[in-house]
Design a protein around this ligand. Structure first.
Ligand code: HXC
Length: 258
């Protein structure tokens, strides 16, 4: 599939997807989301890729769903045409870690897309917000749920009810992002993290990601059971033998993803 609204490249073993619709601050229209889903699935299927980075420009990760495309939509059309169904949730189906590298605005659907990734690395100029309330709507791609789980009820409620934006420092204090880096280093830092992940054993990486994400969706008791099943299953891999033997023999492991 030819892409017009995203740039796709690999840097070493990391797949990098750059949202590239600068004239609309990367507003997430149907075409952009379709292209993003296509690129994510392609990287997920490529054994040479071990981690994926989604980023935008220095001015905007994404300023939300495309308001101009949405404004004349009506019900039940929006219900039947999969407006925020599969297209938006593709990122949740990816087995490899997906890092959101956020500079500038991550608003509305842009903030929701970042939160659907496995983690958010923020540039020092990042701004997060759920301003949908100003448009007479509410977040629709998981914002009311993921923001609460991420930063707690009062802060999430304030942001969603008033549309107030959060800067990178506040987002780090609130645990929305893992770390802040200078904007000029953002993509390089995200790729470096991706490279580290890609150098590890792919089955353990995929299962670690799956287990952490389950913490969002289930009870502690069920989550711990789920983790234990995955943990024990990793004793069937060659990489577990290799990783532990390498430690005992004081050498670097050489993983084969088996
Ligand atoms: C369509 C958008 C857009 C958006 C910006 N643009 N955001 N177009 N949808 N979400 C366009 C502007 O219309 C403008 O086009 C160009 O991008 C540059 O934007 P400006 O507003 O001129 O830039 P600036 O003054 O720097 O302001 C930046 C901004 C502002 C604060 C981010 O653009 C803004 O408030 N955008 C909307 C943010 C928002 O409400 N997001 C939530 C959307 S609803 P022209 O042609 O005039 O140059 C949503 C629901 C998700 O996301 C639900 C799940 C699908």
């Amino acid at each position: 599939m030819a892409h017009e609204m995203i740039l796709v490249e690999t840097q070493g073993r990391v797949g990098v997807i750059t949202l590239n619709r600068p004239q609309a601050l990367n507003a997430l229209c149907d075409q952009l989301m379709t292209e993003l889903g296509d690129a994510l699935r392609t990287f997920d299927a490529d054994p040479a890729v071990g981690a994926i980075v989604i980023t935008g420009s220095q001015k905007a990760f994404a300023a939300g769903a495309d308001i101009k495309e949405m404004k004349d939509r009506a019900y039940p059309g929006v219900y039947f045409d999969d407006f925020i169904g599969k297209r938006w949730e593709t990122v949740l189906t990816i087995q490899k870690p997906v890092i959101a590298a956020v500079a500038g605005f991550a608003l509305g659907g842009g903030c929701e897309l970042a939160m659907m990734c496995d983690l958010i690395l923020a540039a020092d100029n990042a701004k997060f917000g759920q301003p949908e309330i100003n448009l007479g709507i509410i977040p629709g791609a998981g914002g009311t749920q993921r923001l609460v789980r991420s930063i707690g009820k009062s802060k999430a409620m304030e942001m969603i009810l008033t549309g107030r934006m959060m800067d990178a420092q506040e987002a780090e204090r609130a645990n929305l992002v893992c770390r802040i880096v200078p904007v000029a280093d953002l993509v390089a830092e995200a790729v470096k993290m991706g490279e580290k992940i890609a150098s590890l054993s792919a089955p353990s990486v995929a299962m670690a990601k799956e287990a952490v994400n389950v913490a969002y969706e289930t009870t502690l008791r069920e989550g711990v059971r789920f983790e234990r099943r995955l943990f024990l299953s990793l004793f069937s891999t060659e990489d577990q033998k290799e990783g532990m033997a390498a430690f005992a023999e004081k050498r670097k492991p050489s993983f084969t993803n088996r």
